[in-house]
Design a protein around this ligand. Structure first.
Ligand code: FMN
Length: 260
């Protein structure tokens, strides 16, 4: 049974690898975000190696932030965020495909310091997909289940959430059914309409209606009307990523417009 929780204000900052570090997320909290998401970061050996390969082709945003020997200290320093309001939540977005020593360090360090570990079932970089990670986990529910079980068994206080790429889900009902058997506290859905810069509101609505697991809506939110459309179909909160890279204040603007 999933624990209900409150994100307030209803606007969240979605993961932005290479940008959403401690300073950026702290700024988001200071600007009043209801939830902030650190990362994403690679949190096992296979994903760290995949990130190094991505770096070779110029994708610097996915590199591990620190080498494995210094990880525990780095995590202790970089996961600490100061909330400014009672219902603000913190999450860290992680790419994991096998639970190994690096993952264990991550789990031990973040447990209790961050509200949610958000498993990245969204990444579509070829190096991650070739490991069976990122969005390819949407097509391998057995593996996804094993991963979620392993992660939740290692966490005492921090809860589990999942970030999915909606347009890549194969069997939506089967996915929901299997997430409902897990300790998944929210589904964060990038509901991009495939190939378009616009959200698929019907897809978001399907998820909101089909499960009691809280759903966070995401993709192409560029004005307050976009937020309202997502809330209207049942999202418990709405998240933003790209506009915040150049204009962090956008989050405060949306909150102000929503709350008046
Ligand atoms: C530079 C960049 C890095 C991103 N990194 C991640 C990531 O590490 N994990 C993840 O789940 N989503 C990641 N995303 C996806 C965003 O969180 C979000 O789902 C997507 O950009 C759509 O929302 P938007 O239209 O508000 O940007 C990234 C997006 C961008 C632009």
């Amino acid at each position: 049974m999933t624990n209900m929780f409150k994100i307030k204000p209803l606007i969240a900052q979605s993961a932005i690898a290479g940008v959403a570090n401690r300073d950026f997320c702290q700024k988001m909290l200071d600007l009043g975000a209801g939830m902030v998401t650190l990362g994403g970061f690679p949190a096992d050996k296979l994903n760290c190696n995949a990130s190094l390969k991505m770096e070779e082709r110029g994708r610097m945003e996915f590199i591990p932030s620190v080498n494995a020997n210094e990880l525990s200290e780095w995590l202790n320093q970089n996961l600490l965020l100061n909330k400014r309001k009672k219902n603000q939540k913190t999450a860290v977005n992680l790419r994991i495909v096998t639970i190994d020593q690096i993952t264990e360090k991550w789990l031990k360090s973040l447990d209790g310091k961050i509200d949610f570990l958000e498993l990245n079932v969204h990444c579509r970089q070829k190096e991650v997909l070739s490991l069976g990670g990122g969005e390819s986990l949407l097509k391998d529910l057995k593996k996804l289940n094993q991963l979620l079980t392993g992660i939740s068994n290692s966490l005492q206080k921090t809860k589990l959430g999942i970030k999915i790429r909606g347009c890549s889900v194969g069997d939506k009902d089967a996915l929901i059914k299997s997430l409902e058997k897990q300790q998944v506290n929210y589904i964060h859905i990038d509901s991009m309409l495939k190939g378009k810069n616009v959200a698929n509101i019907q897809l978001l609505e399907f998820f909101c209606r089909s499960t009691d697991i809280p759903v966070i809506g995401n993709n192409s939110v560029r004005c307050i009307e976009d937020v309202k459309k997502m809330l209207k179909v049942g999202a418990i909160a709405v998240s933003v990523a790209r506009p915040l890279i150049k204009y962090p204040n956008f989050i405060a603007q949306l909150i102000q417009q929503l709350e008046g």
